[in-house]
Design a protein around this ligand. Structure first.
Ligand SMILES: [Zn+2]
Length: 125
């Protein structure tokens, strides 16, 4: 199980994402710390270093997610997985409000927005 993401694989992931964090949709170029390649299912949980399991993520999203796969939903108290950029539609789980904040629409959106700190990222940078 390799952590190493080759330069060509990294470029493929960055191009698929159009340079945008696949979780919070910030343009990586506009961030101070840049972005990284996230293992959607972390290596710790037997995710693989392969194109379909990788996502472009800004540093606050990547750092906050770490090797986690999900969290407890405040509304249902159930363990809920995070948003998966490969299998979930962003607009079904989140929306931008007029203040530019990300609101969640589902439990998947809820746990993802809270744990990744979508609306706290200015403080986390
Ligand atoms: Zn992000």
């Amino acid at each position: 199980m390799s952590r190493y993401v080759s330069e060509s694989l990294r470029t493929k992931v960055e191009n698929r994402a159009n340079g945008i964090c696949e979780y919070c949709l910030i343009t990586i170029e506009d961030t101070y710390f840049g972005g990284g390649i996230d293992h959607i299912i972390s290596l710790k949980h037997r995710g693989q270093t392969e194109f379909e399991n990788l996502a472009l993520a800004c540093q606050p999203c990547n750092r906050s997610k770490g090797s986690d796969l999900g969290s407890l939903s405040e509304s249902s108290k159930f363990l809920v997985r995070f948003f998966n950029p490969r299998t979930d539609e962003w607009s079904e789980n989140f929306r931008l409000n007029p203040n530019g904040e990300i609101e969640f629409l589902t439990e998947i959106g809820e746990v993802t927005a809270i744990i990744l700190g979508f609306n706290n990222q200015v403080k986390n940078c």
